[in-house]
Structure formats: C-alpha cells, structure tokens
Write a protein that binds this ligand. Structure first.
Ligand SMILES: Cc1cc2nc3c(=O)[nH]c(=O)nc-3n(C[C@H](O)[C@H](O)[C@H](O)COP(=O)(O)OP(=O)(O)OC[C@H]3O[C@@H](n4cnc5c(N)ncnc54)[C@H](O)[C@@H]3O)c2cc1C
Length: 492
C-alpha cells in the first residue's frame, strides 16, 4: 500500500534518532519494531506490568498450585492479518505458535448450526455457497430479500461506503435486507457482535467494511488460527526479546502523563520520571490518549482535540473462564459463535488448543471453558449474567451440566473502541498536527479495510512510517485486502 516515496531511499536513519512509544500493545510494538529495525533508538512505556495490552497475558495461580497465564480472552488470528503476521514472523518465521481451526461454526437457538468450513474464497461463490448451505434460508426466503441492498454488501468502496452509510446503524441496515429472522441471526448477528459494539449503536458503514474485510473481500477465507500457547510465551516474550536485541528499552508499570515538545525533542512525563525522543508515537487505549491530550497543554490543535474528545468506548464485555471437573464431548469444536442465546456470544474450549489448559484438563480429567458476552449493559447484575451464561452452556453442551466449577476467572472491562453511527468523519488518523508525533491503535481511521488486532498492527506500522518519512528512510510496506468490493462503483 504505502510504497517507498521517491525521496525516501535510505534503509536506516543516518544520524542518531530516537523515539518514545507510549503503549506496549500490538500497535505500540508494531511501531517500535519498524523504528528499531531502521536504526531509531526506541523506548516503550507501558502502564501495565506486562506487554500486549488487550491481547496481553499475566501470571496467575489456581488454588491447586497450578501456575498459568490468564488473558483477556480468546483471540482469532485471521489469515488476512497480513501486517500482524509479518510482524509475528520476525520472531517466529513459520508462525509455529498458530494452529489452524478448520471451522468456525455458529450455533443457533433451535439446534441450527452454520458452518464456514471449506467455503470458496472468492465472491460471489462464497456468498452463494454460504446461502445455499444455510439451514435458515430457503429459496422462497431468497426471493424476499432486498437484492439491491444486499448487493451493497459486495460493493464496499472505502470513502464512498462511509459517505453513504456511516450515519445509519448496523441494525437498520441489516433490517433493511429483509432476511428471514433466523437467517439474519445465523449469518449476521454474531458477526456484528464480534466487534464488541451493539448493532443498534454501530455504524452500518463499519459493518460493511468488516463484512468486506473478513468475508467478501478476503481471499483467505473466514476461518482462522489460534495460539497453541499463552500469548505471553507465544507472542509478547519473544517479541520483546527481538526488540531488545535491536536496542529497544522497555519500561513497564509506567504511565505517561503529559507530553511536550521543546527544541525538536518530545518530553514525556510519567509517574516515574521522564523520557525524551525526537519522535513520539502514542499507541494507548482511547481513554489513555484522551487523558494524555487533556493534560498536555502543547497539544493545542482545536480540531484535532475535538476528534480525540469525540472518540468513545463501546459497552463493557465479559470473559468468564471456567475450570470444570468433567471433560467436554470429544467432537466439540474448539470455538463456536453463539446466536439467539441471550448474552452468550461464544464458547471456547481452551483445553482443545492451548497447552496449559490441555495439561490441566489431562491431569484432572476436566476441561477449561471460556464464555464471552459482548456489549453488556453497565451496572449489570453479575450473578444474573453468570446464571444465564451457565444455563446456555448447559443447554448447548449438556455434558457440562453435571460438572463442578473447580476454578473461575471473571473479567469485565470496558476498553474497546466504539464505532458509533456518524463517527467516521471525526475519527483521527495516524498523522497528527504536531511534528514527529503519530498515534496508533485499533480505533484509528485507516485508508483501507482493517479491524481489531490487524488495525492495531497496521496503524503502528503507519505511525512508524510517518516518523521515518522526515528522515528520508524507506517505509515499511503496509498491506491490505482490496479496497473495493466486487460490485464497487455500480449504481446501487
Ligand atoms: C475479549 C477480547 C477478545 C478479542 N478477540 C479478538 C479476536 O479474536 N481477534 C482480533 O483481531 N482482535 C480481538 N480483540 C481485539 C484486540 O485485542 C485489540 O484490537 C488489540 O489488542 C488492540 O491493540 P492496541 O495496541 O490498539 O491497544 P491495546 O492493546 O489496548 O494497547 C494499548 C496499551 O496502552 C497502554 N496504556 C494506556 N494508557 C497508557 C499510558 N498513559 N501510559 C502508558 N501506557 C498506557 C495500555 O495499558 C495498553 O497496554 C479482542 C479483544 C478483547 C478484549
């Protein structure tokens, strides 16, 4: 995407250059990687004790003395995460820590199941085949669908899609397709919910972008890979080691509080001291960025400040990991999406793919099950939510009904970005109004389709490229699926 500009020819900086990266999640580490590989001295500041941010993992111990790594929950590594995968190959060239899953089934309320395995990878064949095998959709139903609107799902066209659909909600758009309710649930509801945003407060354009990025515009298909070992050992420890070999310094448990620029040098004040660098990448969460901007009087570009202020978080999510004293049925899939079962969004069977969980399950004759619920209302009743999640687990996997919960970890957080209707035009880009300062993260507006971990990675690469540009250094290539759907440009 971002090929070398004609003036950028050097592979490394020629004079001493340094930069501070605030935030040690995927976006920050992506920026640090590109900067360090091109000779920039980098310091990464991270608020938590561990790297990885929302994909990070920390040490924990079960009551029986078993040490393990707890995470913010199951993560899917899709095959079209080209930028993230290129970064991960730096320290695991064959991506050996990833294990392919052959399917990603959706389970419906009345025993329906929708499979995404073995779909053709090109439009329109993938859509035709998915529709053909959908148990919730007959040929009569097909005739009732608003074909013109449905065709818009194949006509993603970047800015044009946002211009036309960003002020609509995802639920309005999906309603307008006139899919039968069961088919809508099976084909779209889980998909829309997977981005943590509630359908009725998510931009329809963002949904169309996601649909294009993950399905119709994705030549690598909708199935994905999972990590065989905890993210700390699979990703963040080796990534840190790789970066330290390039001279990157890490300071964890350090919160950046203000930034200011003097004599072409950024000074970052933290709760433990300060750091300086000619370049600055802020790759924090949305609240982290907002606090930094609010407290830094020099970041005084009103329009940009408004853009930062207008960013928002979506509703909280819940991750509930359970250590059960009984196994799950052997034919269960490692991961299933759930629809039409209240707040339950998905079930992961950790013992089927992750090393520590498998060891525990083997030695205890049990299982390690993780339940997710996204976009839950703040102030919910924890006992009620737990009861509901458990009830649905027991209905779907009856062999768990008699199991005793040996251990549990309950995580509720609210730190995923909102993609509310009308928010696209106000969303900040990687480039800021300030010299040698860029921002990165999965909330940043990018000029190509991307989401979640991949958006974090791509924005981090672009933030580093922005800083390197003024040094005349060649940018890191940034890749993406096509910016246009099959029917883009047709008058629909
Ligand atoms: C339950 C769950 C499941 C998910 N599943 C998937 C999935 O299946 N596939 C997928 O692609 N994505 C998934 N995601 C999303 C993915 O985790 C994020 O998109 C990605 O990790 C975001 O990376 P980031 O670097 O932009 O932000 P973050 O990971 O949030 O990193 C920001 C970092 O900045 C630090 N920070 C904040 N303020 C400061 C400060 N002032 N000073 C210093 N440091 C600061 C934070 O501690 C954090 O480490 C999931 C997320 C969750 C929560």
């Amino acid at each position: 995407m971002s090929g070398p500009s004609s003036s950028a020819v050097a592979q490394r900086v020629t004079s001493a250059a340094n930069a501070v990266v605030v935030g040690g999640g995927i976006a920050g580490l992506a920026a640090a990687t590109v900067l360090a590989e091109r000779g920039v001295g980098v310091t990464v500041l991270e608020r938590e004790a561990y790297l990885g941010g929302r994909a990070g993992a920390w040490s924990d111990v079960l009551d029986d003395g078993t040490s393990f790594q707890m995470e913010r929950g199951f993560h899917a590594f899709f095959r079209q995460y080209y930028n993230l995968r290129a970064l991960l190959r730096r320290f695991d060239p064959t991506l050996s820590f990833l294990r392919p899953l052959d399917d990603y089934p959706i389970l419906g309320p009345n025993g329906e199941a929708q499979s995404f395995a073995g779909l053709p990878t090109r439009v329109p064949w993938n859509i035709i085949e998915l529709t053909r095998r959908s148990p919730a959709m007959g040929w009569k139903d097909l005739m009732r669908i608003d074909g013109r609107r449905a065709a818009r799902m194949l006509s993603y066209n970047n800015e044009d899609t946002y211009r036309r659909f960003d002020t609509d909600t995802a639920s309005e758009f999906l309603d307008s397709l006139n899919f039968p309710p069961a088919a809508r649930r099976m084909l779209f509801d889980v998909f829309a919910h997977s981005f943590f945003n509630p359908e009725n407060d998510m931009s329809a354009a963002e949904l169309l972008m996601m649909f294009h990025f993950y399905f119709t515009g994705n030549p690598d298909g909708l199935v994905f890979d999972v990590a065989r070992t905890p993210f700390s050992t699979a990703i963040f420890a080796p990534w840190q080691q790789y970066l330290e070999q390039l001279g990157v310094r890490f300071e964890c448990e350090t919160t950046a509080q203000t930034v200011a620029r003097d004599d072409n040098v950024w000074r970052v004040e933290t709760d433990r001291g300060h750091h300086e660098g000619q370049g600055l990448v802020v790759a924090t969460t949305v609240p982290g960025l907002q606090a930094l901007v609010a407290q830094s009087s020099q970041l005084d570009a009103p329009r940009w400040q408004q853009q930062i202020d207008s960013l928002a978080l979506t509703l909280p999510f819940v991750v509930w990991r359970l250590w059960l004293d009984r196994p799950t049925r052997r034919d269960r899939k490692p991961f299933v999406g759930i629809t039409g079962r209240g707040i339950l969004d998905n079930i992961s069977l950790y013992h089927q793919f992750e090393s520590e969980s498998r060891d525990w399950a083997d030695s205890h004759g049990g299982s390690v099950v993780e339940l997710h619920a996204y976009a839950v209302e703040p102030g919910f009743d924890e006992a009620l939510i737990k009861a509901q999640l458990l009830e649905h687990l027991h209905e779907l996997y009856p062999e768990t009904a008699a199991a005793t919960i040996v251990e549990e970890r309950w995580i509720v957080r609210r730190d995923c970005p909102a993609f509310a209707p009308g928010s696209y035009s106000r969303r900040p880009t990687v480039v800021t109004p300030f010299p040698q300062m860029a921002i990165a993260g999965d909330f940043v507006r990018l000029p190509f389709p991307s989401a979640l971990m991949e958006r974090a990675a791509a924005s981090g690469l672009m933030a580093a490229n922005h800083l390197l540009n003024s040094h005349g250094v060649a940018p890191e290539p940034v890749q993406s699926v096509s910016n246009r759907g099959l029917l883009a440009g047709l008058p629909l």
